[in-house]
Design a protein around this ligand. Structure first.
Ligand SMILES: NC(=O)c1ccc[n+]([C@@H]2O[C@H](COP(=O)([O-])OP(=O)(O)OC[C@H]3O[C@@H](n4cnc5c(N)ncnc54)[C@H](O)[C@@H]3O)[C@@H](O)[C@H]2O)c1
Length: 250
């Protein structure tokens, strides 16, 4: 899908997990459509992306699992650009691959904190300014793992399902303020996260689970992010858009 030049001109976006994969593609796409983008990541690599995007971008190195760091990058975005129109809660980890009974307590906590707590804390931090503006679009990057089970990834699935609950509840609470809150449930996307649990041999088996017999490119998810962020999605809220190449069409 081609980017729509100018569709997001004047908007300010925060994208978490912007150093890699879907987050990086989303930051690039939002910037290409005219948004100013705060690129947040725990990895310093995010600075290179921000430099590439130029004056309309700034990098924030932060751990989204830490509420204090979340508050700081949101405050910093508001100090710099006075508003936040778009929040893409994308940073995520799959964590330890293990049967439920073999999983470590620390893994449970970290997977929940990075995927789910950050979704709550980041929305909590940006919503007051969106309410003051009377508008906003929040996009929470969930997963098909919220809809169907995957062996050895039950904690990840639980965190991603929790994100759908936060999305629906918050959409009901803030719709009257002109704020739309949606989730995206991608299927397999070829990014470092997906590659971390797949060797070359298992790619085909996973690809075959999709009707389209392949994984998505990160840009195919970023196209949906930019659509949901834009006014073209003006009547969509509380939804989870399944972007999975037919993986859950069975
Ligand atoms: N790749 C897939 O197949 C797939 C499928 C469904 C959903 N998702 C979801 O999409 C999102 C992006 O995944 P991806 O595949 O692009 O992953 P990725 O590993 O390529 O990128 C994730 C980025 O998040 C950053 N990050 C991780 N923990 C962080 C933290 N605590 N604070 C700030 N930044 C942090 C990483 O440094 C990295 O840059 C995740 O939430 C993931 O669960 C991915």
């Amino acid at each position: 899908m081609m980017s729509v030049a100018g569709r997001l001109t004047g908007r300010v976006a925060i994208v978490t997990g912007a150093a890699s994969g879907i987050g990086e593609a989303s930051a690039r796409r939002l910037a290409a459509e005219g948004a100013r983008v705060v690129c947040v990541d725990v990895s310093e690599q995010v600075q290179a992306l921000s430099l590439e995007l130029g004056d309309s971008s700034v990098a924030e190195i932060a751990d989204v699992a830490d509420d204090t760091q979340v508050d700081l990058f949101v405050r910093s975005a508001l100090d710099r650009w006075s508003r936040i129109d778009i929040l893409v809660n994308n940073a995520g980890i799959d964590g330890q691959l293990a049967l439920l009974a073999d999983g470590h307590q620390e893994n449970y906590q970290r997977v929940m904190d990075v995927n789910l707590r950050s979704c709550w804390s980041t929305m909590k931090a940006v919503l007051p300014s969106m309410v003051a503006e009377g508008s906003g679009s929040i996009i929470n990057m969930s997963s098909v793992g919220a809809l169907i089970g995957f062996e050895n990834l039950s904690v990840y699935s639980a965190a991603k399902a929790g994100m759908l609950g936060l999305t629906r509840g918050a959409a009901l609470e803030y719709g009257a303020h002109g704020i739309r809150i949606n989730a995206i449930c991608p299927g397999g996307v070829l990014t470092p996260l997906a590659e971390s649990f797949m060797d070359e041999g298992t790619y085909k088996a996973w690809a075959d689970k999709h009707a389209l017999k392949r994984f998505a490119r990160p840009e195919e998810i970023a196209a949906v992010v930019s659509f949901l962020a834009s006014d073209e999605a003006s009547f969509i809220t509380g939804s989870s858009l399944v972007v999975d190449g037919g993986m859950t069409a069975i």
